[in-house]
Design a protein around this ligand. Structure first.
Ligand code: HEC
Length: 224
């Protein structure tokens, strides 16, 4: 009886010592470690061969992501004047673009500018912000180009919408703002255009339609 008791104690000790060193937090024995340990450098890994041991490098200066185009007009009063004179909406004036523009306008702009674009949004009524103009303000005489410009860079107490909206979304909002301006001025409604597929694709020059002349491409670049 006693020996059985001793034996079982020995057995428990052996089992304990065999398993107690196993660390659940560390990887187990690896068969063919190459399958687990990557040969190439890991993104965000630390390696001596790189400056500052940092694998993730900043892109080369001037790099632009695919599907994105730099905006040609500078954030200055000259840039503003130039955009106002030359900026043209590359999207066709379709019912669809206008409807998306209206939705986005309601989300981003109506709180200040009001649903009619008369500068009487809810924040203005509650006196949270001052100096919001009406879109038919003759002194400002906004144009497609200037509307895009202020959405891109912001203007004084109005912030930039470049990070919340895509190029296409901003031009859709732009159509809607120009429609509101027309309505405030009592101008006749602008007729819808048919969907022009080349114009749509030209928004993203990386996937530009084949055969577009370089002149066309250039003309489009300056409107982005
Ligand atoms: C936080 C309130 C606020 C929001 C939101 C806002 N704006 Fe403005 N916006 C202003 C103010 C204030 C001005 C006047 C800025 C100035 O001239 O100093 C202004 C000016 C403008 C102008 C006239 C610029 C010019 O050329 O004189 C346009 C066009 C405009 N906003 C469009 C938009 C659009 C489009 C959106 C939505 C994407 C938007 N705003 C969202 C406050 C706002």
């Amino acid at each position: 009886m006693r020996s059985l008791f001793q034996k079982s104690i020995v057995l428990v000790l052996v089992a304990f010592s065999a398993t107690s060193c196993f660390d659940k937090g560390a990887p187990n024995y690896q068969y063919f470690p190459d399958m687990y340990e990557p040969v190439p450098y890991e993104a965000y890994g630390e390696y001596d061969v790189f400056v500052g041991e940092q694998e993730a490098k900043l892109p080369v200066e001037g790099t632009i992501p695919r599907g994105w185009m730099p905006y040609d007009f500078e954030n200055s009063s000259e840039g503003y004047a130039q955009a106002k004179a030359e900026g043209k909406n590359p999207l066709p004036y379709t019912e669809e673009n206008l409807a998306s523009g209206q939705q986005l306008y309601t989300i981003y702009c109506a709180v200040c500018h009001g649903d009619q674009g008369n500068g009487k949004g809810i924040l203005v009524e509650r006196e949270k912000i001052l100096g919001v103009p009406s879109y038919d303000d003759a002194g400002r005489a906004i144009t497609e180009g200037s509307v895009y410009h202020v959405m891109y860079y912001g203007l004084n107490s109005m912030g930039s919408y470049a990070s919340q909206t895509s190029i296409k979304e901003r031009w859709q909002i732009d159509h809607y703002v120009m429609k509101l301006k027309g309505a405030l001025e009592g101008a006749p409604e602008r007729a819808f255009e048919s969907e022009d597929l080349t114009a749509k694709e030209n928004l993203i020059p990386a996937v530009n339609a084949e055969g577009a002349s370089s002149e066309e491409e250039h003309a489009n670049e300056s409107t982005h």
